[in-house]
Structures are given as C-alpha cells and as structure tokens.
Design a protein around this ligand. Structure first.
Ligand code: GCU
Length: 660
C-alpha cells in the first residue's frame, strides 16, 4: 500500500534564500547514521530548494558541514548549529547528534527560520524518548485507529521501505527507542525472543540503529513455561533465572543493539510474579540481571490494579493501586529497571490527576507513559491535540523535594541525577496512507517527539512547526489549523465526561457515550451518580487516594474548596446544586459545557470547510469527513450526558435548551 510522507513531505519553496554557499556537503567522519543524515539533507534541499547537493572530501569547498567534536556538555545526542561566512555547520559529539542536528536544519528550512551566525545549541531533555506500539503479530493493533500494523502481518515480521520511512519520521523528532509489539504478549508474540524471528529482527534493528533508534520488545513473563517447558516462571527459582540468562545471551549475540524489554506483568490477566507470591521487584530484578551484561534495560509497567472490584466496596479504588503496589518497593529495583507509570492513576482519560507514583518513589527510575493513540480521546476520528495535556502533566509539582520536583524534573533525570528515565507514548500509527488515520492526529506524534526533545517548547510552538511542515506557508491555513488544534482537547473534554470523572464511554471499545457503561461493569471505575449528586469520594473518609500525594497536594485535593475544579468529581462526591467558582451549579456547568463543546465541534468543522481549495483535495476530504462525524458525535455526547443528568437530578436547564 502506498503512503505519504507526513511532516517530511518537503515542500518546494524556491523563494527561500539559501544561507550557505556552494552545493557540497562535507562530513569529517562517516558511519551509517551520518550517511542517513547526509542523504536526508540532500533530499530535503533538493525538494525544498531545488538544489542538488553533492558530497566532498574537501572541507573548504563545502556549504554544509557535519563535524564530530568532543563536547561533553552536548553529549552524543546534543548538537550545535551555526551558519557563518556561507557555511552551515552542525557539530556534535556523536553521530546521533549530527542526525538530530541535520533534521533540525531541515525543519528550519521548512519553517523558514533564519540560520544565525550565533551558535544554536540543543540537547534532548529526556534521556529516553520512546514509542510503544501495541501491534499484534497477526497484524492487528490493540487500540489502533489507523489501519493495521506495518511491523507485523500473519505472524510474520515486515521489514521494508516503510520501516525506514517510519524510522525517519521518528528520528526527525528525536525518538530514540521503539517497542514494536503489544504489551499484552500472547501467542506468537511470545516467540519474538526465539531464534525463529531473529533474522528479521536483526534487519529491523539495523534500520532503526541507522536512525539512532534502539529496538525494544515487550515480553511475556511466562515465557520460560511457554517456550522453555519449565513448570514455573517463579523469579526466585534458579532454573527460571538461568533460563532467562541463557535466553538473553542468545538474543543479544544476534541483536547487540537491543535496548531491552517492556513488561506488563500481573496486570489485566497477564502473568507475573504474584502467581508465586513474589513482588514486582523480584520479577523485574530477575530480568534486569539477565540483561545487565548487555546494558539492557527492563521497563516495568505499573498498570497494576484489581479489575474485579465489587461495586459495594467503597474502599477499594483502582486509582490507589499503582501506588499501593509499588511505593513499598521503592529502593528495591536494580539500576537498569525503570518503572513506567501512566500519566494518571486510571487509564488515559481526557482529564486525570497526575499519578502519585511521581514523587512517591524516591529511589527508583521512572518513565512517564502517555497515550497518543486516542483510545479515550476520540479514537482519531475526533481531533484532540494532546500536547497541552502532556505539558500540564510535566509541569505538575510533586513536592518530593524543595525544588526540581516536577514530573518533568523526575523523568528528565534532574531530580535524581539519573539517566534511566524518560517519556514513552503509546503511538497512534498504522498502515493507513497518512500513518495516523486522522491527518491532524499526526500533530500528536510529531508533538510528542518534539516535546520529549525539548520540554520547554510550548504546545503552540510545536503545533505551528507541525502545521508549516505538513501544510506549508499559507497564513489562513496556519491560523485556522492552529486554532483547531489548540482548542481541541478542551472541546473534547467539554462534550464528554465532566469535571474529571472520566469513563462514561462504551465499555471495551471505549468509543461513544455510555454514562452507566462502566458503572455496571466489573472493571471498577465508577461515577457514583444518584439523584442528589455524583463523584467519587477519594479523601480520608472515602478511598483515601488523595492522601497518597505529598503535602500540600494531599490537602489541596482533600479539601473540596481547594480541589482544582476540573478534577472536582474525581476527588469528591458533590450535590448537583454545588456551586462552582464560576457561580454556576455543578449541574448547570454540565449542561453549559456540553452545549458549548458541541458548538465548538461544529465550529471546527466550519473552520476546516473554509479552507477548501487551500489544502490538497485528498487530505481536505479525509479530514472533512472526520470533522463532520465529530460534529454529529459531539451532539450525541451532549444529548446523552445532559439527558441522563437531567433525568437523574430533575433540575432543569436555566437556559431552557432542548434536553430530552
Ligand atoms: C488499557 C487498554 C488496554 C491496554 C491497557 C494497558 O486498559 O484499554 O487495551 O492493554 O490499557 O495499558 O496495558
């Protein structure tokens, strides 16, 4: 199937004044990553400026220079860009830095940013900048909304030009690690660590390596039983440890660049150390010891909760479980173990508080996990630009120490001075022509990478870059798409579940309104609405979840007056007549936001319609269709939510709008 180039579609711009003299590129060292950087520069300059760039071995005759230079402050991934006396020079200590610097120059050409005689220095904020694919070996994608996998088909691994083009996209925004298979490792995927798949993995890993990306795999904790015929996977049994040691030795001999493994254990039915009465530290450390000789990492997920909670039990709380399970193990994990924590304590809702595991662990490496596959945020049929949300998460102060205590500080290594930390996103790609189903969803892929590389960029700056790289320089196009992206998350929040309560979606596939869908399900996520009010009491008198935070956060959430209102119902049960800071009652707020949200969805569709003729027809129509759906679907959300709460509360809308 053919596919497009997303933000790497280098658009012709002959008006651009080329800031370097001559048409030659010089590199003072060669390796496959530098080769890739040079090829990319050649391609971009040709497509954007119409100029053929040759290669020279003579530094004096070059217009673009890639130079390796000892500079510990920059490290292997940082770079400097300088344009002086007709020469554009990129310097770095490592090949990866030169690749990132080259992509940065290309982006400057795309966005017409001026090259300066002053050195521009950049170094990635997060050490690990990872994408997690939830791709299954049969080619399907768990929570995939843009076609099938481009890594797997019929239990085979695909390695082809698309693998390279994917790596180019990822590298262009600074991604340096990719997990190719679903965290739920079952059936054939368990065999990915077996010899049968090594050849293809080797080829894939080499392509990735060229683009500075380490290949990671998700693994099955029960593999010693399923592959090795052992009768147990007990991490404290010598035979099990030995099995893993042997397996890793075999694997790393063939795949020396393998970054390590992502593990979902004792979570939603997946096997793990609990079966043997062992802890997550026992499980993670066993694997960590097996990969340590090869500098491998074990990324251990904290998405562990009881998914069979009894509805009568008002003390058990899914939100508590990550902290309850992992906090007691702080300090027990090996140095090459990283705990991967979802941004919120539940599951990627449109609004959640930050997980108290950030700041709750003082001696443990942590990665932040976000989801740009829009499982709960419109499944890539609705526009939802998520970078503003991720920024809020990163800025959250945990108070784990006096300063350098934000989530950003923790995952960029500033809090603990560690390098085994970073940010991972459950990625939104598939084999659709445009990679992400919704064309505007590509802004999340691009934006995620850019944000991890430079956490000080604003969501708006990132959006602007993406728009220009993708759609070119038309002013109106830029302004309108920017407006759509920047309003989209809040708009989505307005017409879906209110005030941080979350869920209210159809169980299982998580699309479309269903207020009681999860209320009467076994998964243990409740809104507790009755005829008087709604919300979950998570303070001391309720589940006690608020107390998992450090002060002053714990008190802030505990107290209904100081609890941020966007999270009011997450932390408190309040009556429908409760007065918000705006002066509105809670029920009126629900009505108003739902009417507003649906109107805003219609407004976004109008904005897009007004760009007809300015955007390539195929793309225009693709997006138009989705926006038309979003507009209708937002009305459905509005009506279901409003009618439900009107009938529960019997309090009419002050503005007398139609509520059924
Ligand atoms: C969610 C999602 C699952 C996924 C799980 C996870 O529950 O719906 O499909 O497996 O998260 O993160 O492991």
């Amino acid at each position: 199937m053919g596919y497009e180039s997303a933000w790497l579609s280098y658009k012709e711009n002959h008006t651009l004044k080329i800031p370097w003299n001559g048409s030659k590129i010089y590199a003072d060292t060669w390796g496959k990553t530098i080769e890739a950087a040079v090829t990319e520069l050649q391609r971009a300059v040709k497509e954007i400026c119409g100029m053929d760039m040759g290669i020279t071995g003579q530094e004096e005759e070059a217009g673009i220079l890639l130079k390796k230079e000892q500079d510990n402050a920059l490290g292997e991934e940082g770079y400097k860009i300088q344009c002086r006396d007709g020469r554009l020079t990129v310097t770095s200590q490592g090949e990866k830095g030169l690749l990132y610097g080259s992509f940065a120059c290309i982006r400057m050409l795309q966005t017409k940013e001026e090259f300066s005689a002053e050195e521009k220095t950049e170094k990635p904020s997060a050490p690990l900048r990872m994408l997690n694919h939830w791709d299954n070996m049969d080619g399907s994608i768990e929570r995939g909304y843009s076609g099938n996998s481009f890594f797997f088909e019929d239990n085979k691994i695909l390695v082809n030009e698309r693998t390279r083009d994917y790596a180019r996209l990822a590298a262009s925004v600074g991604i340096n690690g990719v997990v190719i298979n679903n965290v739920n490792v079952k059936d054939r995927a368990t065999w990915l660590i077996d010899e049968v798949y090594q050849k293809e993995l080797q080829r894939m890993s080499e392509i990735f390596e060229t683009y500075g990306i380490q290949l990671f795999l998700s693994l099955n904790f029960a593999a010693p039983m399923e592959l090795g015929n052992l009768d147990s996977a007990d991490p404290c049994k010598e035979a099990v440890q030995q099995w893993w040691n042997d397996k890793m030795q075999e694997l790393y001999t063939r795949l020396p660049n393998l970054g390590g493994f992502l593990v979902k254990a004792d979570s939603e039915g997946r096997p793990g150390p609990f079966t043997y009465g062992r802890t997550h530290a026992d499980g993670a450390n066993m694997l960590a010891d097996a990969v340590a000789p090869y500098h491998g990492k074990i990324i251990w997920r904290c998405f562990v909760y009881n998914c069979q909670q009894d509805w009568r039990d008002r003390k058990t709380d899914r939100a508590r479980s990550g902290y309850d399970n992992f906090r007691p193990l702080d300090g027990q994990f090996r140095e090459n173990v990283i705990l991967q924590v979802k941004n919120g304590p539940m599951d990627f809702q449109v609004r959640e508080p930050v997980s108290p595991l950030f700041g709750g662990m003082e001696k443990t490496n942590e990665m932040l996990e976000v989801q740009i596959a829009q499982e709960y945020t419109g499944q890539q049929r609705h526009v939802c630009y998520l970078i503003p949300m991720f920024q809020e998460v990163l800025k959250f102060r945990t108070y784990c120490q006096e300063d350098r205590d934000t989530v950003e500080d923790i995952v960029t290594g500033k809090t603990m001075g560690n390098t085994n930390c970073g940010i991972a996103a459950v990625i939104n790609t598939g084999n659709d022509e445009n990679w992400t189903g919704h064309d505007l969803a590509a802004a999340n892929f691009f934006g995620f990478g850019r944000l991890c590389f430079n956490t000080s960029l604003s969501a708006e700056e990132i959006a602007k870059e993406w728009i220009v790289c993708t759609f070119g320089h038309d002013r109106e196009v830029q302004e309108k798409i920017l407006q759509m992206l920047m309003m989209s998350w809040k708009t989505y929040e307005k017409y879906t579940s209110p005030l941080g309560i979350g869920w209210m979606v159809n169980p299982n596939y998580h699309y479309g309104p269903n207020v009681d869908g999860y209320e009467y399900d076994r998964w243990g996520t409740y809104h507790r609405a009755d005829h008087l009010g709604m919300g979950v009491c998570r303070g001391k008198k309720g589940t006690g979840y608020a107390q998992q935070y450090r002060e002053p956060n714990a008190s802030m959430y505990e107290n209904v007056q100081t609890c941020p209102e966007e999270l009011l119902l997450f932390f408190h049960y309040v009556p429908y007549t409760y007065q918000l800071k705006t002066g509105k009652t809670m029920i009126q707020h629900i009505y108003d936001t739902h009417f507003e949200g649906a109107e805003e969805a219609a407004y976004m569709a109008d904005l897009w319609d007004s760009l007809e003729g300015k955007i390539e027809t195929k793309v225009f129509e693709r997006v138009q269709k989705r926006l038309a759906h979003q507009k209708e679907h937002a009305k459905e959300w509005r009506d279901q939510i409003n009618s439900y709460f009107y009938r529960k509360s019997m309090i009419p809308d002050e503005k007398h709008r139609t509520i059924y």
